[in-house]
Design a protein around this ligand. Sequence first.
Ligand code: AMP
Ligand code: ZN
Length: 114
Amino acid sequence: MRDCLFCKIAKGEIPSEKVYEDDKVYAFYDINPEAPTHFLVIPKEHIESANDLNDNNIDIVSHIFKVINKLVVELKIADAGYRIINNCGEDGGQTVKHLHFHVIGGRSLKWPPG
Ligand code: AMP
Ligand code: ZN
């Protein structure tokens, strides 16, 4: 989608620190990390938010979780644990309107979030 920050990052039109890429997803480090390890996983297809998941595109979510499963081992946070977060909409705190999953780890995280 034109003028979408994460579409541009996925296409390499805006630089990012890549963690992983395949034909369906792109993973990159968050520019404002909340913990020692903080990366984002996004579908290459523009999906605005979790509200826009449906029978035609829901398979991307299982693929994203498979990718996360692999990356947390590679980044050595799997055993200690980590958090996967999807912020949806205004009350959910979503600032970038392209579906993304935060993966945050490398320190003990507080719960509940604010
Ligand atoms: P959310 O608030 O869930 O929409 O998360 C958006 C996230 O994208 C925030 O954690 C930002 O720090 C991150 N972010 C925004 N711009 C960039 C960028 N150019 N490169 C990497 N991460 C970004
Ligand atoms: Zn997009």
